[in-house]
Design a protein around this ligand. Sequence first.
Ligand code: NDP
Length: 342
Amino acid sequence: MFGLIGHLTSLEHAQSVARELGYPEYADQGLDFWCSAPPQIVDTITVTSATGQKIEGRYVESCFLPEMLATRRIKAATRKIINAMAHAQKHGINITALGGFSSIIFENFNLQQIRQVRNVKLEFERFTTGNTHTAYIICRQVEQASKQVGIDLSQATVAVCGATGDIGSAVCRWLDARTDVAELLLIARNQERLQALQEELGRGKIMGLEEALPQADIIVWVASMPKGVEIDPTTLKQPCLLIDGGYPKNLGNTIKHPGVHVLNGGIVEHSLDIDWRIMSIVNMDVPARQLFACFAESMLLEFEKLYTNFSWGRNQITLEKMDLIGQVSVKHGFRPLLIPSS
Ligand code: NDP
């Protein structure tokens, strides 16, 4: 059995979902209530592979909300993740993806030091961040969606916002080694990590967001921002492709501007319907088929019986691992979400 540990994008989102799912006692509560709410299994999932193989999974809602970080409720945030992991393990789940901010909190607050959660001794090999598959899918989206909007990668400048992150650094490695992209712009706040990445790649210009936006043909958004930034589309090139892989989204405003194309990043489409209700809650356009690539990674590991923490730690995603997860992704019927043809 596979598992998905997820969370909602804001308190407002959580309240509306609680109402929808039939938990009215959660719906009118404020952040303090969510800080003390225990994890819950709220969905039972069946996925059929393109090969015909069927697997079962569970969705564990951690009750973490990004506002907990913004208001410095760090203890509550870390407790949410550790408790959700213990909950998944207690229910016999073999491999569970730590979705969205779950793996970021795990890493940033060194939660690997905590092994014992009440009577559960956490076995980390039962968990994966899902970031290898996410990075692979975003790279394929860059390659394929650029063609859709008429951008030639060999002439293109690609900016990666969140370049030094786990997903961002893997995307940079792939774009450098596997494509003929003309220029890479590396965006993040910590200059030391940016310089280390630039050294590793042997290329890339370190730049602030404001400076980079008007120069980029493609912008990959993979920064861990609890709240999105608002950008002015008139400052962008035309055409410009924005691939937003953040959860919550990095882009804080809806962009509708001629020549500017926005693609939901790190999202896969399955070739068969999945029996679940959780993806309608996170507002996927086609909830029966579309899902986060990190969640799909735990499904792929379950299909392949690869019970190992395939993606773990930070900045350790190799091209070989991206190739491997990419092959099984195709085999089981997943493909990157692209721009719908109008
Ligand atoms: P990491 O914590 O590893 O990296 C985050 C990156 O963002 C770092 O480079 C960080 O550098 C940068 N960053 C953070 N804040 C800012 C800011 N204000 N301006 C510019 N750069 C910033 O995160 P991950 O790589 O694990 O995840 C990245 C995003 O992808 C998250 O939103 C996450 O929820 C989402 N995600 C999506 C998945 C999917 O399936 N679609 C799966 C997993 C994650 P610095 O701190 O130096 O600024």
